[in-house]
Design a protein around this ligand. Structure first.
Ligand code: ATP
Ligand code: MG
Length: 413
């Protein structure tokens, strides 16, 4: 019998220490910001019927054609671990009667699964924060989401070197005309394109613009531009998004080649990108997906949303150090253990973070307490036969913490 410990699955991560603190900081900041923008929290299943993703993302996308974790369950049904949030949320909107809340602003976060080649910033189980506005066709919804994303990055302290790349894919008709022109253009040079792009040419030519292969890149500059195909309506929509961003003071760069990987996008498409993460430079991406609900068999419903990789945001946040305790309670005399438990509980109930040190030599307890670097140490001892609480308070301690410690010391007899 082998006693070897099974290894973790390739592309998954056990997140610990500063990385876990940065991860939590991203999620907490997102929770705070989404409340400022009044997005309602939702929790979604981690798996769905495979059709939820294959029908909404499109069979020709990378995610559906090669990245999904799909399996048959014991009942013979094809299920898929969610590779993204939007499709499942759209499914819920249709199956749970969420139409009654339209326009519906929702936010969530959690794990997603894609069979990708693991590398820095790219995992097989990763995590996203996600925000969607469903049932809103006005450009103001796009603006609100973008301003929220911008504020989130600022509150995370990572806005430097992160830029908003903005594009429009136009409405259905504009996009279709552009698509045809792209097929004509790339067909003429088909033999010189990468294998992937030759493959995409007829089925999903927009994706060629997204290619990082140098064989494709040489043809980008002269490729047809969406601006030459935009209907008046699509131009007007895009102008309103841009003026809304200007009004809110959000800076952006126009990126004519930004297309996003998924089929369901219309009008606004955007990414927040940085060169501080090497090849995995997109931290947040999204756009308008007016075509999605119909692909899922629902009534035409305009919607817009974005998602951001928590790991990539956490990498930008970097090491914030482990959070310091407000108080370390050191029990100097073992007969005071119960009273030590009482004091540390009292502190925590009053909202102060506290830790109890009551084992090892006395010297060790203090060394450890000092090393932990709390705002205060509360030492419980017997002095002249009487219990006494000594306070060592750092200058950084808040006045409410000082008051609390004073009250404890006064009661500790
Ligand atoms: P990429 O171009 O990096 O593959 P994508 O277009 O596939 O990104 P989206 O589907 O738009 O990404 O997902 C939104 C965000 O989720 C990305 O900007 C990124 O931050 C994060 N993300 C996507 N795939 C992964 C992954 N495999 N590992 C870690 N984060 C990811
Ligand atoms: Mg991808």
């Amino acid at each position: 019998m082998s006693t070897q410990t099974p290894q973790a699955i390739r592309g998954t991560q056990d997140i610990f220490g500063p990385d876990a603190e940065a991860f939590a900081f991203v999620v907490e900041t997102f929770e705070r910001v989404r409340k400022l923008y009044r997005f309602r929290r939702i929790e979604m299943p981690v798996f769905e019927k495979t059709a939820v993703f294959s029908r909404s993302l499109g069979e020709t996308t990378d995610v559906v054609s090669k990245e999904m974790y799909s399996f048959e369950d014991r009942g013979g049904e094809s299920l898929t671990l969610r590779p993204e949030f939007t499709a499942g949320i759209a499914r819920a909107y249709l199956t749970d009667g969420w139409q009654q809340y339209a326009p519906l602003k929702v936010a969530t976060h959690g794990p997603l699964f894609r069979y990708e080649r693991p590398q820095k910033g790219r995992y097989r189980q990763f995590h996203q924060i996600d925000a969607e506005v469903i049932g809103a066709g006005e450009p103001q919804a796009d603006v609100e989401l973008l301003v929220m994303a911008d504020q989130l990055l600022k509150e995370l302290g990572i806005q430097d070197g992160v830029t908003l790349q903005l594009n429009t894919l136009g409405d259905g008709a504009s996009r279709e005309a552009w698509r045809t022109a792209l097929i004509d253009y790339f067909r003429a040079v088909k033999g010189d394109l990468s294998e992937d792009s030759q493959d995409r040419l007829e089925r999903n030519p927009l994706r060629i613009l997204d290619s990082k292969d140098p064989r494709d890149k040489v043809f980008m500059a002269d490729a047809p531009k969406i601006d030459d195909f935009l209907s008046d309506e699509a131009q007007d929509f895009f102008a309103k998004v841009k003026s809304g961003l200007d009004a809110a003071g959000v800076k952006y760069d126009r990126s004519q080649s930004l297309v996003r990987g998924l089929d369901y996008y219309r009008h606004t498409a955007f990414e927040f990108v940085t060169d501080r993460l090497g090849a995995q430079g997109t931290v947040l991406g999204g756009g308008r997906y007016d075509g999605l609900m119909e692909a899922l068999g629902g009534a035409a419903t305009p919607a817009v949303g974005w998602a951001a990789g928590i790991e990539r945001l956490a990498m930008l946040v970097g090491d914030r150090g482990e959070p310091k305790a407000d108080v370390i309670v050191v029990v100097e005399d073992d007969t005071l253990l119960s009273r030590g438990i009482a004091q540390v509980s009292r502190l925590r109930r009053e909202g102060f973070s506290a830790e109890l040190l009551a084992s090892g030599s006395l010297r060790k307890r203090f060394d450890k307490a000092v090393k932990m670097g709390a705002s205060a140490i509360l030492a419980l001892a017997i002095r002249d036969g009487q219990p006494a609480a000594r306070r060592l308070v750092e200058e950084t301690a808040s006045s409410s913490l000082r008051e609390q410690l004073e009250a404890i010391a006064a009661d500790f007899k």
